[in-house]
Design a protein around this ligand. Structure first.
Ligand code: GRF
Length: 205
């Protein structure tokens, strides 16, 4: 067993309200998820999630790609910020940018993301709209490892959500978000305990 000083140090990347991040932090505070939130980073200085993280006593940092000459410089600065805070795992939760090589190579196999659909269906933006447009009866959320593609990494955990005929993007988003809040912390718990990827399948220890 790791003592509290040795808990896996997790950085959160957010761009907006940060409700997934806060749902995870709640589980940490309840003692149900044994990680140490190391830092919350946002590419949006106005993100509401930054205020919530500060209130929860977690260090925060924010800067934007426009503060740097190139996108690569931005990502290198992000890696420096995360490493300076002892980050071992990266949890993207509503971070609205594709992660590129500098970050992906700095934390190999240790970056997670959550997406509001059952991947590989409806990757990319506006997943809930894509879901309604396709007329499917079941959707959900997916926690997956991050690779160089858009929502293409190996799948860690999924939760199904039924789609009703009366659902709108708003009502469906609410239901999926509710599922996300109960899925992400469980997925992190499994992932940090150790895993292998066989083919496309994530196998937990
Ligand atoms: C969630 O629906 C997540 O699946 C998507 O962005 C949204 C973030 O919400 N990637 P929040 O910022 O965690 O409230």
């Amino acid at each position: 067993m790791r003592d509290s000083k040795q808990l896996p140090r997790v950085a959160f990347l957010i761009s907006g309200r940060g409700s997934n991040m806060m749902a995870i932090i709640k589980k940490v505070k309840e003692g149900k998820l044994k990680i140490k939130p190391a830092i919350v980073f946002s590419d949006n200085p106005g993100a509401d999630g930054l205020k919530s993280a500060e209130k929860a006593g977690i260090p925060v940092s924010t800067f934007t790609p426009s503060d740097f000459p190139t996108r690569e410089d931005y990502e290198k600065a992000l890696v420096n910020t995360l490493k300076k805070n002892g980050t071992e795992w990266v949890v993207a939760a509503g971070y609205m940018r594709l992660l590129k090589k500098p970050v992906i190579e700095a934390f190999p196999g240790k970056i997670l993301n959550i997406h509001p659909s059952l991947l590989p269906s409806f990757a990319g933006l506006n997943a809930q709209q894509q879901t309604i447009d396709a007329g499917v009866k079941i959707t959900g959320c997916t926690v997956h490892f991050v690779d160089m593609g858009m929502d293409t990494g190996p799948i860690v955990m999924q939760t199904a959500v039924p789609v009703e005929e009366t659902d709108t993007v708003e009502s469906l988003s609410r239901k999926i978000l509710h599922a996300e809040h109960d899925t992400y912390w469980r997925a992190i718990k499994k992932a940090v305990s150790g895993y292998q990827v066989r083919g496309r399948t994530v196998v937990f220890k």
